[in-house]
Design a protein around this ligand. Structure first.
Ligand SMILES: [Zn+2]
Length: 353
């Protein structure tokens, strides 16, 4: 519905609110990365603003101005003066320490003051003014308090959409002022069917992308259009498949390759660990005879080869260790040290099962 993949019940509910003119003024939309939080807010704006007979048409000038997917740069896709998108600041400063960078991954009070100034102006073109605040959980305490005051009494024409994959980090007083919409992961069949609609997409690749997206249709779509992502995935898998065969000493040497610092390095290690989680989850599933649920189907033979020579309890321990290490790395721990310890937990292939 509305050109959004999945979430039909929620959209019907919002459709009713639009028809009855009972749309809430503040929404908190939660869900995993890529599940469609921003897409839902965009669709609702189009539903209200689009002048076609059956809004949203998703193709008229108004719809495209609200969110223009023909431009690559995400930050300039929002072109409508009444649909304002605010997100955390991520500009990188080369000589900055990591700490400063992390602080920049935040929504700061100046941005909320800017919203306050903008919302005093009545809509320019549309019937309402939308403020979409992405990564709302990254607001600094000052920004949170400033937003709280704004949410207490917004002008009649203003609607807020706070988007978050970590709603537990938003202060309760803000949450309680919002109508909460929790977007659940979208069933894989629905994502597949959505991808199949595009005649340019390869069928097998679409099936794989849908499974790899873990219920996040926006991610699946991103995968289909990003060959670099597949290249990185393939080389990371190849790397893991070779590390698992190494002796403990050689594994330790490999861990040294994670030496380094900086947010980019940190993010790339987190991506690697994310992939390891899905690979080792698959190995565990094969090991316990639940092969139908394997995600990385294109590497089934390789993963089966590992599953055959590992013990379920070792795999479970390693999965736990990966999750724990991800937490450490996100918390600014020494990357090389963390990886050295983690790699020692990687199950050793044995023939005694
Ligand atoms: Zn339209």
């Amino acid at each position: 519905m509305w050109g959004v993949t999945g979430h039909d019940k929620i959209i019907s509910h919002l459709e009713n609110s639009v028809v009855n003119s009972s749309l809430a003024h503040s929404f908190l939309i939660t869900g995993i990365d890529g599940v469609g939080k921003k897409e839902l807010a965009v669709a609702l704006a189009r539903r209200l603003f689009c002048q076609s007979d059956d809004p949203p048409c998703n193709s008229c000038n108004v719809c495209r101005k609200i969110y223009d997917t023909s431009v690559r740069d995400e930050s300039i896709r929002f072109k409508h003066p009444d649909v304002i998108y605010v997100t955390w600041m991520t500009e990188k400063d080369e000589e900055d320490s990591e700490k400063t960078y992390l602080k920049k991954n935040a929504i700061v009070i100046e941005q909320i003051r800017d919203i306050k100034a903008q919302m005093a102006t009545a809509p320019f073109e549309g019937p309402a003014r939308f403020f979409i605040i992405d990564h709302a959980d990254s607001m600094t305490p000052g920004a949170s308090n400033a937003l709280l005051k704004i949410l207490e009494e917004p002008p009649e024409y203003v609607h807020f959409f706070l988007l978050s994959d970590k709603p537990g980090n938003i202060i309760d007083t803000i949450v309680s002022r919002c109508q909460r919409i929790d977007l659940l992961p979208v069933p894989v069949e629905i994502i597949e069917n959505h991808l199949f609609e595009n005649p340019e997409y390869d069928h097998d690749k679409a099936v794989l992308a849908a499974h790899l997206s873990n219920g996040a249709p926006v991610k699946a779509e991103r995968f289909m259009n990003d060959q670099k992502w597949w290249d990185t995935r393939n080389s990371s898998i190849a790397e893991m498949l070779s590390v698992v065969k190494l002796s403990p000493a050689a594994r330790f040497d490999y861990a040294a390759s994670f030496k380094g610092q900086g947010a980019d390095k940190r993010n790339s290690i987190i991506d690697t660990l994310d992939l390891w989680l899905t690979l080792w989850r698959d190995i565990l599933l094969i090991n316990v005879g639940l092969s139908d649920n394997v995600i990385n189907r294109d590497y089934f033979a390789d993963l089966s080869g590992i599953a055959e020579y590992t013990l379920a309890k070792d795999i479970k321990n390693f999965l736990f260790a990966i999750k724990q290490s991800m937490g450490f790395i996100k918390g600014n721990a020494n990357m090389q040290l963390t990886m050295e310890v983690l790699i020692m937990d990687m199950p050793v292939l044995s023939s005694q099962k």
